[in-house]
Design a binder for this molecule. Structure first.
Ligand SMILES: [Zn+2]
Length: 138
């Protein structure tokens, strides 16, 4: 079993994941652009049961997505680091923002999603699958 740990910039929030990732993608949707500061959101999805919050607390913001689902995204209320995201229709999964991982260097994207919303300057590997909106390759 793989264990990864991470947290926010001010280190109040710390978490640990014991399990294998289910998917790793870059999401280019307009909502993620706000929450990333402009770039795509790079995330790793894990089973919710593999995730454990060790310290700190997250503030959650919910918004309706174009898919019809309600998407929640969380951040550290002290330093503003984007932390986790999820979807009210799939509560068994949690998406972790790659920037929160203690070692983000091992991250490999398996594809790009919501590319219809990407501005022309978002970079994408040409050999990876893309989905204009919700992916079929996951
Ligand atoms: Zn923080």
């Amino acid at each position: 079993m793989t264990t990864v740990e991470g947290g926010c910039l001010c280190r109040r929030v710390r978490f640990r994941i014991d399990g294998e990732p289910l998917a790793s993608v870059a999401c280019h949707c307009r909502d993620c652009q706000y929450l990333s500061g402009g770039a795509e959101a790079n995330i790793v999805a894990y089973p919710r049961a593999a995730f454990r919050l060790l310290s700190g607390a997250e503030t959650i913001y919910r918004s309706p997505a174009d898919s019809g689902a309600v998407v929640w995204r969380s951040f550290c209320p002290h330093c503003g680091t984007p932390l986790f995201a999820g979807n009210d229709k799939t509560p068994d999964f949690i998406a972790v923002k790659v920037g929160t991982l203690d070692d983000p260097g091992g991250f490999r994207r398996m594809g790009h999603i919501w590319t219809d919303s990407a501005p022309p300057w978002h970079l994408m590997e040409p050999d990876l699958p893309t989905a204009g909106k919700n992916p079929e390759f996951l």
